[in-house]
Design a protein around this ligand. Structure first.
Ligand code: PHE
Length: 352
């Protein structure tokens, strides 16, 4: 029997097979599934019309239809599986990862220019016989001011206003307290440097509330002024890699006497450009404060100032880094964008 109520079983079978041949993807296969086995599908309609058949025909027709339904469902499943497999194969090929390819360029981490500067100067000073000393950033007022000849009433405290904690300690305003700590710890003779962070209540385009200094202290017998001069010029020439002009300018620090500031010849224009953006036409750049250690300070370090004397200096490391590596804006030192520095650093280029 191939016909039920005018519907041809063979015709359904043939049209299913014909449709299946044209299938190329899962969407088309799904359309066929709906067309034949969906609610209004050809096969479903045939199955529904079984009830209208005479009872003696119904059994055979039922068997034939069930067989056809099984066949169709089975074929749909197999075809679906085949399509999925071939799609997987295609994506596997198109998305295959070649693990043998070389990696894309990658930049390596580098020291921050200020840290690099700190290392370079520390190396130079170690070569001159100095040891690295340390002290706390949260310091006692006693070491930061009192022992350094800066009593409470001293106007110099205004220039170094800082952040105080409820217990009276403060964020150190300079690395000079390490002078006292080192004298008390090691006695004389003494040669130390102390690099580190210092803090002041300052915040504008050329000042940051935190910056870096390197303290230096030499205590010995009969230390002449010229040793300080020679030490500073050795250090500067080694750091900048060339012989720069420098000058001492009379200044004032309560903890040194005499006191001076050290200026170096402008690394950008050597004093030849009156519009220079680095020295603003002065030809000079201030890089350190220094002087012969005040007898009161030596005494506070429990060393006899009649027997020993010496000199101390404080170098601004951020300034030195900016000068050597051509960084024109202090704020860049606190910027997270490393590309600015990478371009200058990778080839080891520097201004000097
Ligand atoms: N401590 C001074 C400052 O921060 C620098 C300095 C250090 C000056 C040592 C003299 C001697 O400005």
């Amino acid at each position: 029997m191939s016909e039920i109520n005018g519907l041809d079983i063979n015709a359904v079978k043939e049209s299913f097979q014909a449709a299946l041949k044209k299938v190329t993807n899962l969407e088309e296969l799904d359309d066929i599934r709906v067309r034949f086995t969906g609610k209004k599908g050809d096969l479903t309609l045939l199955l529904r019309s079984l009830g209208k058949l005479l009872p003696e025909l119904r059994k055979q027709a039922g068997q034939e239809l069930n067989k056809l339904r099984d066949e169709i469902e089975h074929t749909l499943d197999i075809t679906g599986r085949k399509i999925r497999e071939s799609q997987n194969e295609k994506t596997e090929i198109s998305e295959r990862i070649d693990v043998t390819l070389p990696e894309k360029g990658r930049s390596f981490g580098a020291f921050h220019p200020v840290i690099q500067t700190m290392h370079e100067i520390a190396n130079i000073m170690q070569g001159l016989g100095y040891s690295v000393a340390t002290g706390p950033e949260q310091e006692e007022e006693f070491y930061n001011f009192e022992c350094l000849n800066v009593p409470k009433w001293h106007p110099a405290r205004d220039m170094q206003d800082t952040f105080y904690f409820p217990d009276g300690t403060l964020l150190r305003t300079h690395t000079s307290p390490v002078q006292i700590r080192s004298m008390l710890k090691y006695g004389a003779p003494l040669r130390i440097i102390c690099p580190g962070k210092v803090y002041r209540r300052d915040n504008d385009t050329t000042h940051s509330p935190m910056f870096n200094q390197m303290e230096g202290l030499l205590i010995d017998k009969d230390v002449p002024f010229s040793v300080m001069k020679g030490t500073m010029s050795e250090m500067l020439n080694a750091f900048f890699g060339k012989s720069l002009k420098y000058r001492f300018r009379a200044s004032y620090f309560p903890f040194t006497e005499p006191s001076m500031e050290l200026d170096i010849e402008c690394v950008e224009c050597s004093g030849h450009d009156e519009h220079c953006r680095v020295c603003h036409g002065t030809g000079w750049l201030e890089v350190a404060g220094m002087g012969m250690v005040h007898p009161n300070v030596i005494r506070a370090g429990k060393i006899d100032p009649d027997e020993y004397n010496g000199f101390a200096f404080g170098i601004g490391l951020d300034r030195m880094a900016m000068l050597k590596y051509g960084i024109s804006d202090l704020r860049l030192l606190f910027d997270g964008n490393v590309s600015y520095f990478m371009s200058g650093f990778e080839g080891g280029e520097s201004r000097c």
